[in-house]
Design a protein around this ligand. Sequence first.
Ligand SMILES: Nc1ncnc2c1ncn2[C@@H]1O[C@H](COP(=O)(O)OP(=O)(O)OP(=O)(O)O)[C@@H](O)[C@H]1O
Length: 259
Amino acid sequence: MGDILQISGLTKRFGGLVAVNNVSFSVHEGEILAVIGPNGAGKSTLFKLVASFLRPTAGEVRFQGKRISGLSPHVVARMGVVRTFQETTIFKGMTVRDNVIIAHQLRARASLPGFYFGSLTAREDEAEFGRSADEILELLGLERIRDEPALSLPHGHLRALGMAIGLATRPKVLLLDEPFAGMNHDETVRAVDMVRGVRNRGVTILLVEHDMPAVMRISDRIVVLNFGEKIAEGTPTEIRHNHKVIEAYLGIEDEAIGF
Ligand SMILES: Nc1ncnc2c1ncn2[C@@H]1O[C@H](COP(=O)(O)OP(=O)(O)OP(=O)(O)O)[C@@H](O)[C@H]1O
């Protein structure tokens, strides 16, 4: 399979601090790739650079061969590289289903006023969005709570709704920022299945995560950062036995790492 994202020489400085230092790797179409590393290694910064929430100091990100670094995040999202939405972008007063329907606007043909004032295109869009929303809710196991207000959802469901909102925009690459954080074992198992289900629909997944057992189970490949630099790249088995990686995590409790 080809490369959907190419990250080349990516560097980000904050004053004197180099948060991401000359990092290069590719993401293959259809894979689940995790970026891991100890606290402060530069994972979040790398993510923001890929989604174009930050401009690199040097280097670039290419999506399907086109440079996306320097474009605004909403343009990059429209092209198909979408970061999962934080809980704050969920409309708490609206139902789960309506939140997903509204998220379809990002790729709507009709203008937003048209959507509300009932043009033909908008009505067609609205019907299609409803069908698509139901399909996404089913994929993520949220169909039973589709008419509940987002306000009343527990943490795990809110996270799944964030993913549903991301999916509504028909991404080609979905960037998941710590998708398993704060979840118990059963919730993590369900969320891992959910992410696999999304990938099986043809969406490439790039994720940042601290939960090592989950990362080891879900990833096709892993990129490891330490002090802003890429120190390893490979399959979960290769990463588990990589000396540089073991050294980088030295001193951290074994259970926390999960190797
Ligand atoms: N906007 C910013 N201004 C200045 N320094 C920053 C900024 N964002 C991040 N940093 C610094 O860059 C380094 C990398 O941070 P980053 O958040 O990318 O690491 P991380 O691997 O995601 O960490 P964690 O696992 O703790 O979330 C850290 O030293 C951090 O303090």
